[in-house]
Design a protein around this ligand. Structure first.
Ligand code: TPP
Ligand code: MG
Length: 801
């Protein structure tokens, strides 16, 4: 047995005492914020407000150590969702949050349940809420930080670290491992993931064996892993006679028993320990002098609750360099609160009685709950000095944490070849336009510099290849293209270099959207306005959907190009033919979605997207494209109508009884049917829909304006105005027909919506269009049906057949 070695704190005694006051304050404020929202604020609807006092409590020391000693202003943090109140309490101490906002937790206008970039203001670096995504996002933020710096873009700031404070159950999310693999490929650095290892998830206690595996996984991916298991008190106990026995007992103690004993307290600890180790004199000498409370304090002195030890380890990792580092910080969920360790505490709230006891212990007088220095051993002035001493107290820039970034000029016209009369597809058109921009000539030079493309292993098949050949693949290290060096013929020239502008990803669509999220926030995070473009097969948008919505929720700005789409992937069959994506485009907020049929529309929409991505009230954009080659028309378009979502190819006569409306590459079938329809109904109209999403958004927005007493006409209202009131619409979409069926609601018109509402199958286009009712005959049948008088519902209540 070693002689007991002194365990020396790294912090001066006074600073350590001061930080313990900060911990105390954060524990109080987070618990009180949730208590106030649930038990004190009037409740109008009887719904439980909620909040996670236990999740907050377990991460208090970690956040104290980080925010008040370790983080620098240039560091960016994703805070685990359920620690939102701690995060806001931290900001209250820094004077960057108000008590009024915190009183409004989970109320409209108050702080959100989980940190939100758009709703909670500029202190939030990354929104969190859908577990796992915020953690993984930091890895892509690190990659993008390197990208921006290596391209000489952005503000002149010190290199930051991307930090995730993660819940341990977040590591069950598969997207974490996808991100780890991708991060390894890109040799990411300056990422820290600090795992609040309280061994509890929502439902239960996390299995013991899991983290042994997880540690190995991190190491295999090139990460440094630092396990912070025991705090200084336990470390000192282990140094004593009998200490090794005690350590082994704790190491072998199942998570569930440890949690139960923590909840039960000192007497239960003593009973359990003495039952197994009571015959050892050394152990007795450690345990016997301690009161029950002191014993409970010792046994819950885990690494994640020892602020001095945490700071020491963070500093050591900082000094070691930029290797990605995972800290596994052992904690007790609910530490310091009455339900500490109880497996059911995830959504547990302190009762009023428990809060009274807690309040007394914290020395908080009624009416002073939000006073920052209330109940502390420091005067307000002294406490302010403690806070001001934190490196993070300095502002990142005089303007704060959101950086300004100048706009990128988008020329009035994108370089498009003359295509009239030629056959090509929107996907080919997209690749060609991007490749032309990629020449970087003339007024497109700056635009070309700001575009960064990415794709999850479908770069070539989505037609990004020519752009990549011109602009190169990004890598922190220069890596030659072996095929090219060996003079082997290949259409793809893929040398990698720090100046490259394409980021090649493996086939993991969530990674695509997380990368787009990180890239699409660079204007704000690093002052570098990028124009990120990501390509993916349309059906596999679904594979990354949560991450896509997450990216939009943060208001990241990017362009998604999904191609090919729908039945036009004909031979590929049902797993590749997308059906629901037009509806996703309509339903996703902060994502303006379009589907052009011809390249002239595409050119207008692509330009618009590059502008819209930069507008303060703009958004991300989405182009659904196809590989179906269509003969390109020779015409002059009204860009405003194409952008607003629909334009007449053949305007209807005044009071016309029918119009045909198509979207995307079913245009030829619609045009052929229309030619026949016109023979019967000469004043019928043919409408090209480029965006049901924009049409619908415009319609609801006009209705809102009118409700507010202002006049407004939506684009779709103006478009449909020439038709007779009782005119019918036949709509055609290679996608779910519900994207159009709402059009009948605009003026109370009858709609016969054609589209795909069953899984697809292999075939060629004529067969598939016939099978799914999109061919010219089906369209004409629908027109005939649309022109029939509307049958009155039968007495059985069934509608017209
Ligand atoms: C994608 C997703 N699935 C489910 C949830 C619901 N949920 C919220 S918290 C949680 C468990 C969190 O456990 P952990 O990450 O360990 O957090 P802590 O113990 O620190 O509260 C779950 C399943 C969620 N927020 N996101
Ligand atoms: Mg947990």
């Amino acid at each position: 047995m070693n002689a007991p070695g002194p365990i020396v704190p790294v912090l001066p005694e006074q600073r350590l005492a001061d930080l313990r006051q900060v911990e105390r304050k954060l524990l109080w404020l987070s618990a009180w914020t949730i208590h106030n929202a649930n038990h004190i604020r009037p409740n109008r609807d009887g719904l439980k407000v909620g909040g996670h006092q236990a999740s907050c409590a377990s991460v208090i020391s970690v956040m104290t150590a980080l925010y008040f000693e370790v983080l620098r202003p240039q560091d960016r943090v994703a805070v685990k969702p359920h620690a939102g109140p701690v995060f806001h309490a931290v900001n209250l101490l820094f004077g960057r949050q108000t008590a009024a906002q915190m009183e409004g937790l989970r109320q409209m206008g108050g702080i959100q349940s989980y940190p939100s970039r758009t709703k909670d203001g500029p202190e939030v670096d990354f929104s969190t809420g859908s577990v796992g995504l915020g953690v993984a996002l930091t890895s892509f933020a690190a990659l993008m930080q390197d990208y921006v710096r290596l391209h000489g873009l952005g503000a002149d700031l010190p290199q930051g670290r991307q930090v995730a404070i993660a819940g341990d159950a977040e590591l069950d999310e598969g997207n974490i491992y996808e991100a780890l693999l991708e991060g390894w490929k890109h040799d990411v650095r300056n990422v820290w993931w600090i795992i609040d290892y309280n061994r509890q998830s929502l439902d239960s206690v996390v299995p013991d064996r899991l983290f042994g595996r997880i540690e190995g996984l991190f190491r295999d991916m090139g990460w440094n892993v630092i396990t912070l298991k025991y705090g200084r008190l336990l470390q000192a106990a282990f140094e004593r006679e009998g200490g090794e026995l005690l350590r082994r007992w704790i190491d072998d103690c199942p998570n569930s028993l440890y949690s139960a004993l923590t909840f039960q307290g000192g007497a239960a600890w003593r009973q359990a320990l003495l039952a197994e180790l009571g015959r050892d004199a050394g152990v007795r000498a450690i345990l016997d002098p301690l009161s029950d409370d002191e014993l409970a304090t010792l046994m819950t002195n885990l690494g994640g609750h020892d602020v001095d030890y945490l700071i020491e380890q963070f500093r050591l990792a900082d000094a070691a360099g930029d290797q990605p580092t995972c800290f596994i910080a052992y904690t007790v969920k609910g530490m310091g609160l009455p339900f500490a360790g109880h497996k059911d505490n995830h959504s547990g709230l302190m009762t009023r009685d428990q809060m009274q006891v807690f309040r007394d212990a914290m020395h908080i007088r009624p009416g002073h709950e939000w006073d920052v220095a209330e109940g502390l051993d420091l005067s307000p002035e002294m406490f302010q000095r403690v806070i001001d001493a934190a490196p993070f107290a300095a502002k990142l820039t005089p303007a704060g944490r959101r950086l300004p970034a100048p706009l990128v000029h988008v020329p009035d016209y994108l370089p498009v070849a003359k295509l009239a009369g030629r056959r090509t597809s929107t996907q080919a058109g997209f690749g060609d336009i991007l490749a032309e921009i990629g020449r970087g000539q003339g007024e497109h030079a700056d635009l070309a510099r700001r575009i960064v493309t990415t794709s999850p292993d479908v770069t070539v098949s989505t037609n990004l290849g020519p752009w990549v050949n011109r602009r190169g693949v990004f890598d922190r290290h220069t890596r030659n293209d072996v095929f090219r060096d060996a003079k082997l013929a290949s259409a793809q020239r893929w040398g990698m270099a720090p100046g490259g502008q394409h980021i090649e990803l493996g086939i993991a669509e969530q990674n695509l959207f997380l990368l787009l999220a990180a890239a699409g926030l660079q204007h704000s995070l690093n002052g570098a306005r990028l124009l990120p473009i990501g390509t993916v097969y349309d059906p596999f948008v679904n594979r990354g959907l949560d991450a896509l919505i997450y990216a939009c929720y943060q208001d990241a700005r990017f362009l998604l190009v999904s191609t090919p789409s729908g039945l036009t992937l004909a031979p590929e069959g049902g797993q590749h033919q997308s059906v629901n994506t037009p509806l996703i485009g309509m339903a996703a907020d902060r994502l303006a979605s379009f589907e052009p049929a011809y390249v002239d529309e595409l050119a207008i929409l692509l330009r618009y997207a590059l502008v819209h991505m930069q507008e303060p009230d703009g958004s991300a954009a989405w182009l659904r494209l196809s590989t179906r080659q269509l003969q390109q028309p020779d015409r002059v378009l009204d860009p405003a109508a194409v952008i607003a979502g629909a334009h007449w190819i053949v305007p209807p006569g005044e009071g016309a009884p029918i119009a045909l409306a198509y979207q995307g590459p079913v245009a030829p079938e619609a045009e052929a049917a229309f030619a026949e329809l016109q023979a019967e109904v000469p004043d019928a109209g043919l409408l090209a829909i480029t965006s049901p999403d924009r049409l619908h958004a415009g319609w609801t927005s006009a209705a809102r304006t009118r409700r507010a007493g202002q006049p407004a006409t939506a684009h779709i209202e103006a478009i449909l105005a020439p038709l007779a009131r009782n005119a019918s619409l036949v709509t055609i979409l290679d996608g779910h027909p519900a994207a159009h069926s709402w059009l009948g609601g605009v003026r109370g018109q009858r709609v016969v919506p054609l589209g795909v509402d069953r899984f697809g199958q292999s075939g060629d286009l004529p067969d598939l269009y016939r099978e799914y009712g999109l061919d010219t005959d089906a369209i004409l049948d629908a027109c005939a049906q649309a022109l029939l008088p509307v049958a009155a519902p039968s007495s059985s209540g069934r509608g017209p057949g």
